[in-house]
Design a protein around this ligand. Sequence first.
Ligand code: FMN
Length: 308
Amino acid sequence: MQCTDIHDRFLFRLITKKAFLYTEMVTTGAIIHGGCLEQLSFNNDIEHPVAVQLGGSDPGDLAECSKICATLGYDEINLNIGCPSERVQKGSFGACLMEDPELVKECLEAMQEVTSTPITVKCRIGINERDDKDFLIQFVSKILNPNLKTIIVHARVAILKGLTPRQNRQIPPLKYDNVYQLKKEFPDLDIVINGGILDVNESLKHLEKVDGVMLGRSPYDNPMIVSNVDSIIFNEADLGEDRRSILKKYLQYCLIQKEQGHPLSRTLKHIFGLNRGLKNARAYRSLILETMQQNNLEKTKEDLIAMV
Ligand SMILES: Cc1cc2nc3c(=O)[nH]c(=O)nc-3n(C[C@H](O)[C@H](O)[C@H](O)COP(=O)(O)O)c2cc1C
């Protein structure tokens, strides 16, 4: 959330055409009662393959939202059962659902019933003290059905009391072996591993043991690390654009978006990492902030481009 919105996904499509992109989690409540259909919109012409992630625990609501997402043309609908935030726990969804595999199964079946779009889940290896291999294997065996073909696992437990979401992404140790074991137990499932994976080379090592790799913070903080993903992972030609031409195209997009009512604060926040590793990172960051504050990209556009 707050990261992979429609603008960020536009940026990533200037860098890789093959990587599967995921939306932020959108709750069923926001879709059904909040009228936030705008959060579900995506660029049908350029964004595929793209998955939408739903947060919720009511099978009927999840079915209704899945129908809407399938009609919009998403390539996959993912159910979040890994988010540990208190707000999400209060809504009885996210990671606390790992305590109730029967309900998860019901939710998945309700979603599968209304669409042929693949339904997937994203979970943790366990919750609270249950970070053992057996917990994950038992959990998956209880939610399994023939139409559930892909499970994404963040290789840490979620501690439901006492840790913030941020701490829950840092403090519990990564246990990749639990995810590898899951693949051994369920060889026919596509298992996607997530958590602490820094780049494409590290991804290749995991791909010897599992079917897919999901990266979160590392590409958000440094988008260029996925510029060779199409060739290395998918055996296709990379888009081959350098940072400067990517930034140029993205800033042009920001100007158009501004005219359509999307403030620069929303679009420019995704480019802080585009000059990662270069000497002038601080000046670049300050200029982005200044541009947002003054709401004037025309004035700083060329200077920003010259800084990457
Ligand atoms: C700011 C922020 C927002 C996140 N929002 C979501 C979300 O909406 N849905 C989700 O499944 N995971 C979310 N995550 C977790 C990431 O998807 C990922 O599981 C986690 O960061 C571990 O992977 P990484 O080490 O590659 O970042 C978020 C992470 C961050 C840092």
